[in-house]
Design a protein around this ligand. Structure first.
Ligand code: LLP
Length: 422
């Protein structure tokens, strides 16, 4: 593919150079159409049985994107009080929020209870703590908050990098199958009721086999719990980060068909139908954004050709943190430069670290000073992992709406914002 931006009609007639001059760079640019489309896709993963997709908001918590999730009829999972607050502020009803934390304080648990949000506990210690909070609050035995969930470690992991594999023997997440009897001891002690179980094997797989294996596994484990209200299989569906090299999409249709066969067998065996859930983050939002960045310098150092832009690791940390690949399109005079006459270039940011690289030895069209770069697929774990490192304010975000209008959905942070904390 020569250009994802052109082929997807991402800008709907808007010009990248105009966006850059109006809103400045670096700038996160979103497509309402792509975001809605991907959210709709995940809402259809299971159609034969009761199902909800929970968008995992850690991928992107812009309140305007959370509102799209509400409109597209998907629920959400949250990891922190901040994420729950943003969801409530966006107008997400509490019964559509699932709190899936790790190592949280009593205050955080209490926040979820006070707001009527279902919590999943991911260790025996946290389950015990949840029980203690219920006792301390003097909740009645039949109080809804005594219903909670537990996160099971599926024993299988997958992901694009060791740092994002969350299932399997070596990770900090979830309760092992061998500890299930201890779950029942704790629930008995504190009059808790396990309403559902959840798992998450890790983030970004393009080949669904490990996920499907983990689904079979959690369904088998679920039988230990008797009838459950819900069983949540977790997220992790990948997106093609190498789309300019024609990488294929996650095989959604094939995945859905295989999943349905597994669910059929389960339902037939156990004789009841729980609500099934999944927790996709990246799939919903990654492809719905690119970062527009200005090239400020080019140079050759010992045979390496560098293009230095204003998208540092403070704006997009994934390449430095996980060696992640993001495709890059070059824009000159408002037009995408064709992918021909390629040169080997290293694209870097403006941060004081040698690891501040967006692309190393990448075949790209020639990049000139003052060109714009579009760094693709940055809607997931992009802005949400931004920092103010080197005291650089965090970037603005704009949405290209379905009708082609442009809406600023987060203003650029200012130096004054940074000073306000002192
Ligand atoms: N559910 C739970 C419990 C999770 O921990 C995660 C992601 C998800 C769902 C959503 O996973 P997704 O569908 O987005 O793969 N910062 C890393 C990814 C970290 C994922 C953390 N957990 C990255 O930029 O690749």
């Amino acid at each position: 593919m020569n250009s994802f931006i052109n082929e997807s009609n991402f800008l709907k007639g808007n010009n990248a150079e105009d966006l850059a001059s109006k809103f400045g760079t670096p700038l996160y640019v979103y497509s309402e159409e792509i975001l809605r489309n991907r959210m709709h896709n995940v809402s259809q993963v299971i159609t034969k049985y009761p199902y909800t997709a929970n968008y995992s908001v850690k991928a992107n918590t812009n309140i305007n994107i959370l509102k799209l999730a509400i409109e597209e009829n998907i629920n959400c999972d949250a990891m922190s009080v901040g994420e729950m607050t943003l969801l409530l502020k966006a107008g997400m009803p509490e019964e559509r929020i699932f709190f899936v934390p790790n190592n949280v304080s009593e205050d955080e648990i209490e926040f979820a209870i006070h707001n009527g949000i279902m919590t999943s506990l991911d260790s025996l210690c946290q389950l015990e703590r949840y029980g203690e909070v219920c006792e301390r609050l003097g909740l009645n035995e039949d109080d809804n908050a005594r219903r909670c969930a537990v996160r099971i470690n599926p024993g299988v992991g997958a992901g694009h990098h060791e740092k994002v594999v969350t299932g399997g023997k070596k990770t900090k997440f979830g309760i092992s199958e061998s500890d299930i009897d201890k779950i029942f001891e704790i629930t008995k002690k504190y009059n808790l009721k396990i309403a559902g179980i959840n798992q998450h094997i890790g983030s970004l797989f393009m080949e669904p086999t490990p996920y499907l294996e983990a689904v079979k596994n959690i369904l088998r484990i679920s039988e230990r719990f008797g009838k459950l209200d819900f069983i949540d299989f977790g997220g992790g569906y990948g997106i093609p980060y190498h789309k300019l090299d024609d990488e294929k999409d996650f095989p959604m249709e094939d995945f859905k068909a295989k999943l349905e066969v597994i669910l059929d067998e389960f339902v037939e065996k156990v004789g009841y139908v729980p609500l099934f859930k999944s927790e996709p983050g990246r799939y919903c939002v990654a492809e719905g954004s690119f970062i527009l960045s200005r090239v400020h310098a080019i140079k050759e150092n010992n045979g390496i050709h560098f293009a230095g832009c204003d998208c540092g690791m403070n704006v997009l940390v994934r390449p430095s943190m996980y060696d992640s690949w993001h495709d890059i399109e070059v824009i000159r005079d408002g037009k995408i430069v064709n992918r021909e006459n390629l040169k080997t270039l290293t694209v870097c940011g403006n941060i004081c670290e040698s690891g501040d690289l967006l692309a190393k030895d990448r075949e790209l069209p020639e990049i000139k000073k003052d060109d714009l770069l579009a760094i693709l697929d940055t809607g997931a774990y992009g802005w949400s992992m931004c920092s103010t490192y080197n005291s650089r304010p965090r970037p603005a975000e704009v949405m290209i709406c379905k009708d082609g209008s442009v809406k600023e959905i987060r203003r650029r942070e200012t130096i004054e914002d940074l000073m306000r904390l002192f």
